[in-house]
Design a protein around this ligand. Structure first.
Ligand code: DQA
Length: 146
């Protein structure tokens, strides 16, 4: 059986829909999960979808994705800009990984311009709102096919 695609979400993304909608849009994380499951199913994949506000739990989920998944998509949220632990976890797994963001961090506050994650992933997609997840999923599925 094909291994699942892991989709991991960092802190405060559980509040999508009500959190700064002018930046992050009105889509909820449950809505994003449902859309991802549908896209994946059409391509013959299942997803495992997690959200955590705790850095160490995200590290555990990345390790699980490396052991049990075929690839991973991660929106590390604020940990993008701070977490060497998440960077190291991504470097230690042997599956393709895509970093995604709803907003375009490069256009925002200067402290969002640094991503510790970008150096450790296969590629990055940002700035397309909830569509960033779908674009990331398509990119990952294309990578898995090659
Ligand atoms: C975010 C961008 C981060 O800078 C921010 O801390 C988030 C969300 C995004 O999806 O646009 O929480 O990752």
């Amino acid at each position: 059986m094909t291994k699942p695609i892991y989709i991991l979400n960092g802190p405060n993304l559980n509040l999508l829909g009500q959190r700064e909608p002018e930046i992050y849009g009105h889509q909820t994380l449950d809505g994003i999960e449902a859309a991802c499951a549908e896209t994946a199913k059409t391509a013959g994949y299942e997803i495992v979808f997690h959200q955590s506000n705790i850095e160490g739990e995200i590290v555990d989920q990345i390790q699980e994705a490396g052991a049990k998944g075929c690839g991973l998509i991660i929106n590390p949220a604020a940990y993008t800009h701070t977490s060497i632990a998440i960077h190291d976890a991504l470097k230690s797994v042997d599956v393709p990984s895509i970093e995604i963001h709803l907003s375009q961090p490069a256009k925002r506050e200067s402290y969002r311009r640094l991503s510790f994650v970008s150096e450790a992933v296969t590629g990055t997609i940002s700035g397309f709102g909830a569509d960033s997840y779908d674009l990331g999923l398509h990119a990952l599925i294309n990578l898995l096919k090659t």
